[in-house]
Design a protein around this ligand. Structure first.
Ligand code: OGA
Ligand code: MN
Length: 293
């Protein structure tokens, strides 16, 4: 598969003059680890341009052993686009772009979102008009076992579909919905009234790389429009099973000090189960995105 190089460089303002970044692939499917970059200091523009290029190539970037204050993480996020303000009501005293993902409880209430256990494959905010372009997690406390995050390459998922399936999904849209109360981490059994939802193309084209990605997910894609329900269910299940194959996946085992950013337009992610007796604390920032096309 070839990545159009021109497209990759299209939105990088400066040609890079810095020595090449040291990187390491995370898996055969996707992911690049960036070595020897410390995010606690501001980065020169040439390095930022290289990071963006590496991100478009790798789909997810990992930097380990970082020691980041909130403002350091926000500054890193801003290299890739404007951060979104969070909707987390428990955010008092935090930078408005920062949200906690955590199972830690204070007075019986979780201090962050998505507190417990397994999460099925999904993309972030696919139930709104302009889902985040990217999300990043910075690991502050991690359980000794589990709570791993799995990432799937949605370009490969699209490219490897049989031609007949590509024809069946071409030009179609699907409803994506998020049931906060009933199904924040596992698929709900039915769509209740008032649940946030939005229809997006099943196949989207990445605005920077020009590559097509399969844009459905088991957690939140409810139905393909203009198909009888039985046909829609059958086709969606086939697509979910296809995109979740191990050959498209990188599984991340978290270490304290990891910062990992994924491109939400061409990857899916999921979380493995972990014990409620252990603490998990991630600091999350998302970057504003565009309407999928
Ligand atoms: C998220 C998310 C997974 C995790 O923050 O959007 O899905 O591993 N997190 O906590
Ligand atoms: Mn998510």
């Amino acid at each position: 598969m070839t990545i159009p190089r021109q497209a990759i460089f299209a939105d990088c303002s400066s040609k890079s003059a810095a020595p090449p970044l040291a990187t390491r692939p995370l898996s055969a499917a996707l992911g690049l680890e960036i070595l020897d970059v410390d995010l606690s200091d501001p980065l020169p523009p040439a390095v930022i341009a290289q990071l963006r290029e590496a991100w478009y190539e790798g789909l997810i970037l990992l930097l380990r052993d970082q020691n980041l204050a909130e403002e350091d993480q926000v500054r890193f996020a801003e290299c890739f686009g404007p951060p979104a303000k969070t909707i987390n009501v428990n955010n008092t005293g935090r930078h408005p772009a920062v949200m906690l993902i955590s199972n830690i409880r204070k007075d019986g209430k979780p201090i962050g979102a998505l507190p417990d256990g397994e999460m099925q494959f999904h993309t972030d905010q696919c139930y709104i008009e302009k889902p985040a372009a990217a999300s990043m997690l910075y690991a502050i406390e991690v359980p000794s076992v589990g709570g791993n995050t799995l990432f799937a390459n949605a370009y490969l998922a699209y490219e490897t579909l049989p031609a007949e399936i590509k024809r069946r999904i071409e030009g179609r849209k699907a409803v994506n919905a998020y049931d906060y109360e009933n199904a924040s981490t596992l698929r709900g059994t039915r769509l209740r009234e008032g649940v946030p939802q939005y229809s997006h193309p099943l196949v989207r084209t990445h605005p920077a790389t020009g590559r097509k990605a399969l844009y459905v997910n088991r957690l939140m894609t409810i139905a393909i429009e203009d198909l009888p329900q039985a046909q829609s269910d059958e086709l969606l299940n086939l697509l979910f099973d296809h995109q979740e194959q191990r050959r498209f996946i990188y599984e991340h085992f978290w270490r304290v000090g990891d910062i990992l950013m994924w491109d939400n337009r061409c990857t899916l992610h999921a979380r493995t189960d972990f014990s409620s007796a252990e603490r998990r604390l991630m600091r999350r920032i998302t970057i504003l995105g565009e309407k999928p096309e």
